[in-house]
Design a protein around this ligand. Structure first.
Ligand code: NAD
Ligand code: UDP
Length: 311
């Protein structure tokens, strides 16, 4: 697979780790990003690499590339609830128009295409854990609808390009991922709790903290996505995540313990439509991708804590 890879959203958290991984594997990487929630600091170490090219561009506008491309990986989109609530229309546009443009590019270049979808397509799930054949429970007109519906549309148009134009597509349903390069102010639970403990401020648990999430460390996520890119003939969505489920209150307590912090916990209003539970069923990824996560929560958090302390 030593072909040129184009990544949209490559200056973001997951995208920049993918850029590193692919360069390391010997690929040439073109990263397209408008830096709305990403940062050049995530890729600055790559800017002088001859196998890496950065293009500042909004992918909701036509994407013009003159080179051959073997793979288009579409990661551009605000991903933190705080970010997509700040940019509701840009989030809808990047999931719809941006995905359309990225698919159009893959079609023109006869490239393989991978969509970074999300566990949010399951909404506030009524089936637990979530298997790929669950259609979800999404409120289209709630605040999170801008992200959830954009990603559901993105999945639909990806399947349509596969069926109609025979594009070789993959859909990764990514569950909560964490690690180095998350912005300390991105508003997600782990960056919030880490910046709060480091500053000895109280940890803000929303609701009573009984809602659950299952957190996957970034290196496991990148390996899973890479295996999905290389896989043959899996066009329907594949869950990628770590099935180790914890309540948000437990997560807050673990972070206080690992950082030896004196921070207390304070309770804040639970945001609208906040999913009550979330855990991936990863049987499909295990069997078809021969992949499973290796980094446990404590180990991943310790690496992330080191990174946040150095920021
Ligand atoms: P991120 O915000 O760090 O990265 C997203 C990147 O996309 C940013 O660099 C941003 O500037 C860029 N971007 C946004 N709109 C753009 C546009 N119109 N044109 C060009 N670039 C644009 O978020 P992340 O956590 O790295 O998420 C990356 C992808 O993975 C997203 O598509 C997200 O939906 C998906 N995902 C992430 C998680 C997670 O837990 N991190 C979970 C599920 C899905
Ligand atoms: N959360 C919290 N305190 C915070 C940030 C988030 O209790 O400071 C909760 C949030 O309400 C949700 C969970 O943590 O139930 C995970 O939130 P995150 O924003 O990380 O992502 P989500 O999984 O909701 O997309």
């Amino acid at each position: 697979m030593k072909r040129r890879v184009l990544i949209t959203g490559g200056a973001g958290f997951i995208g920049s780790h993918l850029c590193d991984f692919l360069i390391e594997k010997g690929h040439r990487v073109i990263c397209i990003d408008n830096l709305i929630t990403g940062s050049l600091s995530n890729i600055k170490h790559l800017l002088k690499n001859k196998n890496f090219k950065f293009i500042k561009h909004d992918v909701t506008k036509y994407i013009n590339i003159n080179e051959k491309i073997g793979y288009v990986l579409h990661f551009a989109s605000p991903a933190s609830p705080v970010d997509y609530l700040r940019y509701p229309i840009k989030t809808l546009k990047v999931g719809s128009l941006g995905t359309h443009n990225a698919l159009g590019l893959a079609k023109a270049k006869k490239a393989k295409f991978l969509l970074a979808s999300t566990s949010e397509v399951y909404g506030d799930p009524l089936i637990h854990p979530q298997k790929e054949n669950y259609y979800g429970n999404v409120n289209p007109v709630g605040p999170r609808g801008v992200y959830d519906e954009a990603k559901r549309f993105a999945e639909a148009i990806t399947m349509a390009y596969h069926r109609k134009h025979k594009i070789d597509t993959r859909i990764a349903r990514i569950f909560n991922t964490y690690g180095e390069r998350m912005r300390k102010d991105d508003g997600r639970a782990i960056p919030n709790f880490l910046s709060q403990t480091i500053r000895n401020k109280p940890l803000t648990v929303y609701g009573n903290g009984s809602q659950t999430r299952s957190f996957c460390y970034i290196s496991d996520m990148v390996n899973g996505i890479y295996n999905l890119i290389l896989s043959e003939n899996i066009h329907t969505p594949v869950n990628i995540g770590n099935p180790n489920e914890v309540s948000i209150l437990t997560l807050a307590k673990i972070i206080i313990r690992l950082t030896n912090s004196t921070s207390k916990i304070v309770y804040r209003t639970l945001p609208a439509d906040d999913p009550k539970v979330r855990r991936p069923d990863i049987a499909l990824a295990k069997s078809k991708l021969r992949w499973k996560p290796k980094v446990d929560l404590k180990e991943g958090l310790m690496k992330t804590i080191d990174y946040f302390k150095n920021q």
